[in-house]
Design a protein around this ligand. Sequence first.
Ligand code: C5J
Length: 225
Amino acid sequence: MEMDQTIIIKAEPYPFEFVPARCALLIIDMQRDFLEPGGFGEMLGNDVSQLRRTIEPNRQLLAVWRAHGLQVLHTREGHGPDLTDLPPAKKVRGRSKTCIGDPGPMGRILVRGEPGHDIIPELYPLPSAPVIDKPGKGDFFATDLHAILQNRGIEQLIVIGVTTEVCVNTTVREANDRGYDCLILEDCVGSYFPEFQEMGLNMIKAQGGIFGWVSSSPEVLAALG
Ligand code: C5J
């Protein structure tokens, strides 16, 4: 299979056509604090198994994507150690006793350079892959992501990662408004809340794919061969 040829895969609301060479795999916020037992997510009372089920399909897809020499970008949500990029509204939101910047189970919570902020070992970036550090939920806000994608000739995105209704949905909406086609893989995105997983995907594919398409990693793997 030539990577500059159009591939068509089964998706909702209708088949997704893409040229792998012009499509990047965007892996959103697969960070230890969100996914690992004993991390910040679990400390807040969340069931991390809802996110951990995405690790193995993501790992398999990433391996095949890399083996074809295709483009991968990773993102991490977090803030600089001095927290100057942390809006006060974000810091106090939730009225939690422990908030962003405070000491947590894996270092200072959502602070760059701390163990919990880093990407899980199963999906660790290669030195050649861009890692976008972002202060917001959307990957395009206050980052170079759009410029990097434009400079690399990327027109389409396969979006995977966590969480479906927060950073994945926000990013897909931002990408859609910038002209990217987005395909979201349901087995490779996760939410702590099953009902938000379902509705988060429904909101993307409703109204003729108002924000993008939804499919699954086996469809992509079968198409890539
Ligand atoms: C959240 C994210 N849920 N990556 N972050 O706060 O979705």
